[in-house]
Ligand binder design. Structure first.
Ligand code: HEM
Length: 149
C-alpha cells in the first residue's frame, strides 16, 4: 500500500518543490470528513430530519468534491498501470455523473413527497458506485509507484 497515514511535516512541506510527494494529511482529513458526513446524511435522510439533512446532503457533495481534488493532487506524484487506472477512472466518472440524480431528486423531494422512492434509488445507486470507486482507487494506489524527481 503506497498511501500511508504517516504524518508529513505539514504545512511546511506544502509548497516545497524539493518534495515530490504532496502531503497526505489534508487528503486523509478530507476523506474521513467525507465518510462521516455521508453516514450522517444517510441517517438524517432515513430519519426524516429534513432541516439537518438539507445541510448534510449538499455538504457531503462539497466535501466529496474536495476529497477528489486532493486525491488527484496525490495521484499526480505517482505512476499507475494503465489498465488499473482506466478501471478506476470508469467508476470515478460514473460516481461523479450519478451525483447529479441524487441532487436533482433531493431538490424534487423537497417539493414533492412522490420523489421519495426516486431519491432513495438515486442515493443507493450512487453509494454503490462511490464505494466501488473508492475501492478501485485504493487498489490503484497499491499498484502505483512514486515518480522520480
Ligand atoms: C445533495 C442534495 C440533497 C438534497 C437536496 C436532499 C434532499 C432530501 C429531502 C428533502 C429528503 C426528505 C427528508 C424528509 O422526509 O423530511 C431526503 C431524504 C433522504 N436523503 Fe437526501 N438530499 C440530498 C442529498 C443526499 C445524500 C448525499 C444522501 C446520502 C448520503 C441522501 C440520502 C437520503 C436518504 C437515505 C433519504 C431518505 C429517503 C427515504 O425516505 O427513503 N440525500 N433528501
Amino acid at each position: 500500500m503506497v498511501v500511508e497515514l504517516g504524518l508529513p511535516p505539514w504545512p511546511s512541506m506544502l509548497h516545497d518543490p524539493r518534495h515530490a510527494m504532496p502531503p497526505t494529511l489534508p487528503f486523509w482529513c478530507s476523506f474521513v470528513a467525507t465518510v462521516l458526513l455521508l453516514v450522517a446524511a444517510l441517517f438524517t435522510g432515513f430519519l426524516r430530519r429534513r432541516r439537518l439533512h438539507l445541510w448534510l446532503g449538499p455538504l457531503t457533495m462539497v466535501l466529496l468534491a474536495i476529497t477528489i481534488v486532493l486525491t488527484e493532487e496525490l495521484a499526480s506524484a505517482y505512476e499507475f498501470p494503465a489498465e488499473v487506472k482506466a478501471t478506476h477512472l470508469m467508476f470515478a466518472k460514473a460516481g461523479g455523473l450519478l451525483a447529479l440524480p441524487v441532487i436533482a431528486t433531493g431538490l424534487w423531494l423537497w417539493r414533492d413527497p412522490r420523489a421519495r422512492v426516486w431519491h432513495r434509488v438515486a442515493v443507493l445507486l450512487w453509494l454503490a458506485i462511490v464505494l466501488t470507486a473508492t475501492g478501485t482507487g485504493l487498489w490503484m494506489f497499491s499498484q502505483g509507484t512514486l515518480r522520480a524527481g
